[in-house]
Design a protein around this ligand. Structure first.
Ligand code: 5GP
Length: 207
């Protein structure tokens, strides 16, 4: 009998790469796909909804979930806890639903260890300048927060070699198409290496 288990797709990206928008578009484009909703101790932002963007819990609750091994992965990002609940993920995969995890690189590594067949994708911004302007234009963070997120993004880029695919998010539609190719295993159409080199170089050049 044909194995109907869903595919697990892990998408990581430095803050400000536009990952959330890309994931939204993927959900519209690809049939039979869902995004896992993470748990976090981060305060809810104005435009967010409980159970849609995250399950918002306090530290005590999160720690008790860690102790009772409810997470397939969890990590601290910008001083807050984030985690992916194991049970709901396994149920969806078993039903044959393809599931996207939009998580940081530390969590991605934990998932790879536990579920090696997952498809690991790292999205990067097209350049340092674009990342800075995206972080500033979000308007949800203070100047200090933007600086922190930028520095963290530069450090996160060093982790790109841990992923199966590194893709540039310049035009959303193109990024979505490229992620679809990775999910389908249609790699001969993927043409990213020059763009990736150019993007990474922009972060390490001193001027
Ligand atoms: P934000 O607070 O801006 O929504 O997310 C901050 C970072 O936490 C992002 O890199 C996001 O991908 C990551 N993140 C969100 N949910 C999870 C999760 O369940 N596990 C891990 N490890 N990272 C997460």
């Amino acid at each position: 009998m044909k194995d109907k288990t869903g595919k697990l797709i892990v998408i990581s990206a430095p803050s400000g790469t536009g990952k959330t928008t890309v994931v939204k578009k993927l959900l519209e484009k690809i049939p039979n796909i869902a995004a896992s909703v993470s748990f976090t101790t981060r305060p809810m932002r104005e435009n967010e909804r409980e159970g849609i963007d995250y399950f918002f819990v306090d530290k005590r609750k999160f720690e008790s979930m860690v102790d009772s091994k409810q997470f397939i992965e969890h990590a601290t990002v910008f001083g807050n806890y984030y985690g992916t609940q194991k049970k709901s993920l396994l149920i969806d995969l078993k039903k044959g639903i393809n599931v996207i995890l939009e998580i940081d690189w530390q969590g991605a590594q934990q998932v790879k260890e536990k579920m090696p067949s997952c498809i690991m994708i790292f999205l990067i911004p097209p350049s340092k300048e674009v990342l800075l302007s995206r972080l500033k234009n979000r308007g949800t963070d203070s100047k200090r927060e933007i600086e922190n997120r930028f520095n963290q993004a530069v450090s996160d880029l060093n982790e790109s070699n841990k992923f199966d695919y590194v893709l540039v998010n310049d035009q959303i539609e193109v990024a979505v198409e490229n992620i679809s190719l990775c999910i389908e295993g249609n790699l001969n159409k993927l043409n990213q290496s020059e763009l990736v080199d150019k993007a990474l170089k922009s972060f390490y050049e001193t001027n």
